[in-house]
Design a protein around this ligand. Structure first.
Ligand code: FAD
Length: 483
């Protein structure tokens, strides 16, 4: 519940705060962690958290909050850490962010709050993500579900389709407003990409389970193994099952391929399949879990792409014993979309970054298995539609890279099941659902959508922002009936 901020007790003058170094996040040693799936970052102690928190300049107009897609009141929660009120700090974050233990770990803070922190101009930004993670974990250890408060029941029913960060955020906000909230998830575990995509060493599954348990305690009901559009349609949910509104947060989980020769060979995976086998089906715990995976021990493995997905895949391959682990990325490191911390960690773990390089063909051993990739080197030309400089192949730069496994992580697109079974639901030409960017309303009355299924693959915090805006609009719709 909300905590009124107290006046800061930070005794250190601003000119001194600017000179203080950012507190390092304790982490497992690279050679140790590259052998196992346990979390790389170990988290701040209470002492480290307070030492970091006192660096905050307490800006009069905090750009960190302005640049956070869900508007977390950074200055206020950091001040509560300085004051030693860690539960108060957690409550302050929860006013705007229902999944702080998750965003504290995976949000690209350098593009949002930390990127606009005034301390950046003088040196290193405040460790906002690390501090958020600290208070969320502290809260978890001292969790008291009896403190949960919510509005009186409204009797209105909302169906949430998909349990990724957009769906979880919408569900959390709506249940607090007294609505009956039911989440339908196609997979057998709740969490979307957070469970099937992002590996244990970055985001332990237990964290997601704890956040989901918290939401269960708030009253959210979860039903897994339900593919909306197959098991039940949106129309059936609204016309027969009595749902007053529906939120669609089905993500963008359909893998894209390169369309180059040899992509069909055994040993070529989509990142989606590769990571799902490892994370959701626990292939890394074989034989305790009966999930088959090609033996990677001592083998050459490459991932194609430069985003978080690519780095999660190649760092997982290292942990499964890959001898040489390559990232093949067609632009330079400056254009790489992955979080800066993941690039740093991957390098420390021995991943070989072959930038300005792209495969043009996968090579066969003659028996249907991958034996290598024919690659070309690139240079950067003029900017393309994305604003990034276009990679242009360098004449005569072809070379062959021997490989046993290649993982394609060049992006994903929209899964069409819900769109194709919901008459009147408008989509754009790429198959994503058309939704108003402010209200998240779709072309169907009572149906809202947000997250990757609207924007295309983006980030956890942007999906959460959409979930939050949707919940606000759904609440307005349910209370006023206006459309
Ligand atoms: C490997 C990987 C690593 C990433 N790392 C980061 C990171 O470090 N930081 C970051 O900010 N972002 C990261 N992202 C991106 C981020 O995870 C996504 O932008 C975010 O999860 C999108 O949330 P969402 O709620 O829109 O959808 P998702 O998280 O995709 O969840 C959608 C859910 O809907 C379910 N679903 C789909 N269709 C149906 C249906 N018909 N019926 C019922 N359920 C359905 C799916 O099974 C899934 O559980 C990463 C993505 C990947 C793939």
């Amino acid at each position: 519940m909300a905590t009124t901020p107290t006046k800061s007790k930070n005794p250190i003058p601003n000119r001194e705060r600017i000179k203080m170094p950012r507190q390092h996040m304790p982490e497992q040693a690279p050679l140790v962690r590259a052998q196992q799936f346990t979390e790389v970052n170990l988290g701040y102690s209470a002492e480290l958290a307070r030492q970091e928190a006192v660096r905050c300049l307490e800006c009069a107009k905090p750009t960190c909050t302005k640049d956070c897609p869900v508007g977390v009141k950074v200055k206020e929660f950091v001040q509560l850490i300085v004051d030693g009120d860690f539960l108060g700090a957690a409550a302050k974050i929860r006013e705007d962010n229902v999944l702080p233990a998750i965003t504290g770990r995976v949000c690209p803070q350098e593009d949002h709050c930390e990127g606009s922190c005034l301390l950046c101009k003088k040196g290193e930004s405040l460790g906002i993500g690390y501090l958020e993670r600290f208070v969320a974990d502290y809260e978890q250890q001292h969790m008291d579900h009896s403190r949960i408060r919510k509005a009186p029941p409204t009797g209105k029913k909302v169906a949430i389709v998909g349990s990724g960060p957009s769906g979880l955020t919408a569900a959390g906000d709506l249940v607090q407003q007294g609505h009956i909230v039911h989440v339908f998830e196609a997979l057998h575990e709740v969490g979307g990409v957070l469970v099937y995509g992002i590996p244990e060493f970055r985001l332990p599954k237990q964290i997601i389970r704890e956040q989901v348990d918290y939401m269960r305690a708030m009253g959210v009901e979860f039903e897994t193994d339900v593919v909306v559009g197959r098991t039940v349609t949106i129309d059936e949910l609204m016309d027969e099952d009595g749902y007053d509104a529906v939120f669609i947060g089905t993500g963008a989980g359909l893998p894209q391929f390169m369309g180059i020769p040899g992509e069909h060979l055994n040993g070529v995976y989509s990142a989606n399949e590769f990571l799902t086998r490892i994370n959701l089906m626990h292939a890394y715990e074989f034989p305790r879990y009966d999930e088959p995976m090609l033996d990677l021990v001592g083998k050459n493995v490459a991932v194609i792409g430069g985003g978080n997905t690519a780095l999660d895949a190649i760092r997982s391959a290292r942990r499964l014993g890959a001898g040489n682990a390559f990232v093949l990325y067609r632009r330079s490191e400056n254009e790489m979309p992955a979080r800066a911390e993941e690039v740093k960690h991957a390098k420390q773990e021995g991943v070989d970054f072959q930038v300005l390089t792209a495969p043009v063909e996968f090579l066969s051993d003659g028996k249907g298995w991958l034996s290598g990739a024919r690659c070309v080197r690139m240079e950067l030309g003029e900017p393309d539609a994305s604003g990034r400089r276009r990679p242009v192949p360098l004449q005569g730069s072809e070379f062959d890279l021997p490989l046993s496994v290649a993982v394609i992580a060049i992006g994903t697109s929209a899964n069409p099941i819900v769109q194709s079974t919901t008459p009147g639901l408008q989509t754009n030409k790429r198959g994503y659902i058309d939704a108003d960017p402010v209200t998240q309303r779709t072309s169907r009355k009572g149906v809202f959508a947000g997250g990757d299924i609207v924007t295309g693959s983006a980030t956890v915090i942007l999906a959460m922002g959409a979930g939050r805006r949707s919940a606000k609009s759904i609440h307005e719709y349910l209370t006023t009936g206006a459309w």
